[in-house]
Design a protein around this ligand. Structure first.
Ligand code: PLP
Length: 424
């Protein structure tokens, strides 16, 4: 059987149809935003009770201490207990900190620059070169941190089970300037990929030329399932310890997308030596975290099962939005050969790849029609997508109806760009 592609005439017809649809889109004065993975108001409302907690009389922690006062740099033990299980970090090695995990990542970089890491020979500022491996596509704010501190970024491709480990092992073994790798191990931003056991094992076991090499294990979506297939990722701290690299992993997490994105709690977990290292530095920066907020989280979430139950309520709001995006992309772009997209089982994002390039044009056309998207290239170091293919869709924030209109509009832009390029 011979399969023939569309004729030039067919392509012209498709292009003209997409052009008409796009022109119609322009007349509608749309104003939609699919840029950032923000929880919707309905999601935030699920945690409304937090605003009443811990209540006028409820400021005493389990150990009898007064949460209104200074101290408790490790964070509340009862909150660390709850998240120990969910983040796979023993409670004694887990810190509950401020309202953001990104600030903990920032601080770890700053402290590594200015204070020698356990196992390291020099502060990173005293090294000639400092580089990080960046699995791509990845999280733009990780890359922004590297840019901020002059850390060179080396891209490695993502596969459907994590970073390309042949490339990672080779580079890390060879180059002592490579001090770290960014990893979002579960329902990764933006691809939705979760790391296989084999990948975790290889990351833990691989020889590193830098004695102070660190895995920045950003487990932002640890409990953010969208299907009944709740993905479990292997325990990175245990794997590193088993392979004789107990200090290799820094684990980060937060309740930003569990409770309130601006008023949650961030966590840091690692080996005892790394925890002591961070505490030694952070004790200069603060006398202790906001324990009242931590206490209200304990009262609200209660235990690990309480977090899981809460996340099932989050899923009930998010899953229909993710399904709607799939349905629209299938309808508008399925079978065209112009694009491919991910079907994540959790997390916050769908990536749409514009095959053969043109993502920046699609984003530009969408912006002109009032549909704001994350800039094309953002999921790559220095904002440069070498193939100009990847667009990140964040379905959580818009209302279901706005989301449908916005994604339909995006798909029209993708068809218009795709057919125009095919005819060029
Ligand atoms: N890490 C990843 C992978 C994210 O996608 C995000 C937010 O989108 C964050 C960290 C931010 O986390 P936080 O709010 O705890 O600073």
């Amino acid at each position: 059987m011979t399969i023939t592609g569309p004729t030039t005439g067919d392509l012209r017809e498709q292009r003209d149809r997409a052009r008409r649809e796009y022109d119609e889109l322009l007349t509608r004065g749309l104003s939609f935003n699919l840029t950032r993975g923000k929880p919707s108001t309905a999601q935030l409302d699920l945690s409304q009770e937090l605003l009443e907690l811990p209540g006028a009389e409820g400021h005493t922690a389990a150990d009898g201490s007064d949460c209104r006062n200074y101290g408790g740099l490790h964070g509340l033990p009862e909150l660390r207990e709850i998240f120990a299980e969910l983040l796979q970090v023993p409670a004694g090695q887990l810190l509950a900190a401020g309202n953001s995990s990104l600030e903990l990542m920032h601080d770890c970089l700053v402290h590594a620059m200015l204070g020698r890491l356990p196992g390291g020979q020099a502060r990173w500022t005293d090294e000639e070169r400092v580089a990080f491996l960046c699995p791509v596509p990845g999280y733009d704010r990780h890359f922004a941190l590297c840019e901020r501190f002059g850390i060179e970024m080396i891209s490695v491709p993502m596969t459907d089970e994590g970073p390309d480990m042949d490339a990672v092992e080779r580079l890390v073994a060879e180059d002592p300037a490579i001090k770290g790798i960014w990893c979002v191990p579960k329902y990764s931003n933006p691809t939705g990929v979760s790391y296989s056991d084999r990948v975790v094992e290889r990351l833990a076991a691989m020889p590193a030329a830098a004695p102070d090499f660190r895995i920045f294990w950003d487990n932002a979506y640890a409990v953010h399932h969208l299907t009944d297939e709740e993905v479990e990722v292997a325990d990175v701290l245990a794997a590193c310890a088993e392979h004789g690299h107990p200090d290799r992993a820094f684990v980060f997490g937060s309740t930003s997308k569990i409770t309130f994105a601006g008023a949650g709690v961030g966590f840091f977990g690692s080996s005892p030596a790394n925890v002591d290292w961070l505490l030694a530095h952070s004790s200069k920066r603060s006398i202790g975290p906001d324990k009242v907020n931590q206490l209200r989280h304990v009262r609200f979430l209660r235990d690990a099962e309480g977090v899981r139950a809460h996340m099932r309520r989050q899923r009930a709001l998010l899953q229909p939005k993710f399904e709607a995006v799939q349905r629209i992309l299938d309808k508008e772009l399925g079978g065209t050969g112009l694009a491919r997209w991910t079907e994540p089982e959790g997390g916050y994002f769908i990536t749409l790849d514009i095959l053969g390039g043109g993502a920046a044009d699609v984003v530009r056309l969408a912006a002109q029609a009032g549909i704001a998207l994350t800039p094309a290239g953002a999921p790559y170091p220095y904002g440069k997508d070498p193939r100009d293919e990847t667009i990140r869709i964040a379905p959580s924030y818009p209302s279901p109806q706005d989301l449908e209109e916005a994604v339909t509009g995006l798909a029209i832009c993708a068809r218009l760009v795709g057919y125009e390029r095919a005819l060029a």
